[in-house]
Design a binder for this molecule. Structure first.
Ligand SMILES: *Cc1c(COP(=O)(O)O)cnc(C)c1O
Length: 368
C-alpha cells in the first residue's frame, strides 16, 4: 500500500457508500480509463476471472464453441471458458517474445476458415507484464471476423508500440487487481472495451441482469460481479503509484539480469519498442550450461525461506485439459521445465535482493 488508499477508503466511509456502487467506484473507473489514455470504456468487476467470464459471454461464446487461447497462463485466465460450456484450443508461445505465436495462429485460422470451424473468440495472454503483438492479433481478428479478448491481467502499466497501453487491445481486455498483481484492490478486476454496447452489457450482466422496471424484472440471467465501492477506493490510491511500482519492478529485473546474464541464465526477452512491467522476473536456466537445474535453485532458496516459483505450467499439460487440442512445438513446455520466477515484490529491499543474488551465485559457483 502507498498510504493514499486509506484516505479514499475514509472518504467512502464518510459518505456511507459501502454498497457496490458509489463515487469511488466511478472515480476508479475514470482513473483507469484516463491512465489507459484511449477511447475506451472501463467497468470495474470483482475479479479478473469474472471480467473474462463476462467478456466471453458478451462475445457470444456458448456451449460447444471453441475459444483459442495461450496455453501458458494462469488458470483464472482459462476456467471461464468452462463456465460457458465451451472448449479451449491451446497455442504455443513465440520463443523470441514469449507471446502467443501469431504465425501458428494465422495458419490454424486459415485452415479453420476453409472448414468453417472458426473459434468464437481468441484470448491471448500478456505474460508476466508484457503486451502481446496487438497489431498482428487485431489484423487476424478482423480478417477472420473473430472476437479478440486480451488477457491483460498481468500487464497494467506496460506499453505496446508507440506508447499504446496494455489493456487497450482487441474488442475487450481484462485487468486484474488481485493481491499478487502489481497493484491491487485486495481483489478486483476491470472489463475494458472499445465498444460502448459491450460496456453497457457488462454493467448489466455484472449486476444481476435487471431489466428497466420498478420491480425486479429479468429476461436473462446475470451475475453478482460488480467491484465494491470500498475496494475501488483502495484502487484509487493504487493508481497513483502504478508507474512508480512498474519502475521498481523493472529495477529489480535489471539487477537480476546484470548479476546472471552471462552465466547460462536467459531472461524473458523484451521486444524492441515494448515496455514491460516486469511484474515478475522470469528467467530460464540451462542445466547443460550451468550444471544446476531450475529445481536446484528453487529448493536451495526455499531452504533459506526464500520463495520462488516455476513459470506457469502450460494448460495443455494439466490433468484437467488432458487431450485438449494444442498447436505448437513445445516452446512453453521447455519454458516450464527450465523457467523460474524470482522474488520480485516492489517492496523488496536491495539487501533482500542481494541475498537472493548471492545465494544463487554461490550455487552456480559450486556447480562449476
Ligand atoms: C491473475 C490472472 C487472472 C485472474 O485474475 P483474478 O483477479 O485473480 O481473477 C487471469 N489471467 C491471468 C493471466 C492472471 O495472471
Amino acid at each position: 500500500m502507498s498510504g493514499q488508499e486509506e484516505l479514499h477508503v475514509a472518504e467512502a466511509f464518510a459518505s456511507n457508500f459501502i454498497a457496490p456502487v458509489g463515487p469511488q467506484l466511478d472515480a476508479f473507473e475514470d482513473s483507469v480509463r484516463d491512465y489507459l489514455g484511449a477511447d475506451i470504456h472501463c467497468v470495474a468487476i470483482s475479479s479478473g476471472s469474472a471480467a473474462l467470464h463476462l467478456a466471453l459471454r458478451i462475445a457470444g461464446v456458448s456451449k460447444g464453441d471453441e475459444v483459442w487461447i495461450s496455453s501458458m497462463t494462469f488458470a483464472g485466465g482459462i476456467f471461464p471458458i468452462n463456465y460457458l460450456g465451451a472448449t479451449p484450443r491451446f497455442f504455443d508461445l513465440n520463443p523470441s517474445t514469449w507471446a502467443i505465436d501469431t504465425a501458428i495462429l494465422s495458419d490454424e485460422l486459415a485452415k479453420a476458415a476453409r472448414s468453417s470451424n472458426l473459434p468464437k473468440a481468441i484470448v491471448p495472454t500478456d505474460l508476466y507484464g508484457q503486451s502481446v503483438d496487438l497489431d498482428a492479433l487485431e489484423a487476424l481478428a478482423a480478417q477472420y471476423n473473430v472476437r479478440l479478448i486480451v488477457d491483460s491481467a498481468e500487464s497494467i502499466g506496460a506499453t505496446y508500440l508507440d506508447g499504446r497501453k496494455a489493456g487497450t487491445g482487441g474488442d475487450a481486455a481484462i485487468l486484474s487487481f488481485n493481491g499478487n498483481k502489481i497493484i491491487t484492490t485486495s481483489g478486483g478486476g476491470m472489463f475494458v472495451t472499445r465498444h460502448q454496447e459491450w460496456a453497457d452489457e457488462a454493467r448489466f450482466l455484472a449486476t444481476q441482469a435487471r431489466d428497466p422496471a420498478p420491480h425486479y424484472e429479468h429476461s436473462t440471467f446475470g451475475y453478482n460481479y460488480r467491484l465494491s465501492n470500498i475496494c475501488a477506493a483502495i484502487g484509487l490510491g493504487q493508481m497513483k503509484v502504478l508507474d512508480a511500482r512498474v519502475g521498481r519492478r523493472r529495477e529489480i529485473f535489471e539487477r537480476y539480469e546484470a548479476a546472471f546474464a552471462h552465466r547460462g541464465i536467459d531472461f524473458m526477452p523484451e521486444p524492441e519498442g515494448l515496455h514491460s512491467t516486469r511484474w515478475l522476473t522470469a528467467l530460464t536456466i540451462d542445466p547443460a550450461q550451468t550444471g544446476v537445474s531450475r529445481e536446484d535453485i528453487r529448493l536451495m532458496l526455499l531452504e533459506h525461506q526464500i520463495e520462488s516459483r516455476p513459470l506457469w505450467k502450460p494448460m495443455h499439460m494439466q490433468p484437467l485439459y488432458a487431450g485438449a487440442p494444442y498447436h505448437g512445438s513445445g516452446v512453453d513446455e521447455r519454458l516450464f521445465e527450465n523457467g523460474l520466477c524470482l522474488p520480485s515484490g516492489s517492496d523488496m529491499t536491495d539487501d533482500q535482493q542481494n541475498e537472493v543474488i548471492e545465494r544463487i551465485a554461490n550455487l552456480l559457483d559450486s556447480a562449476n
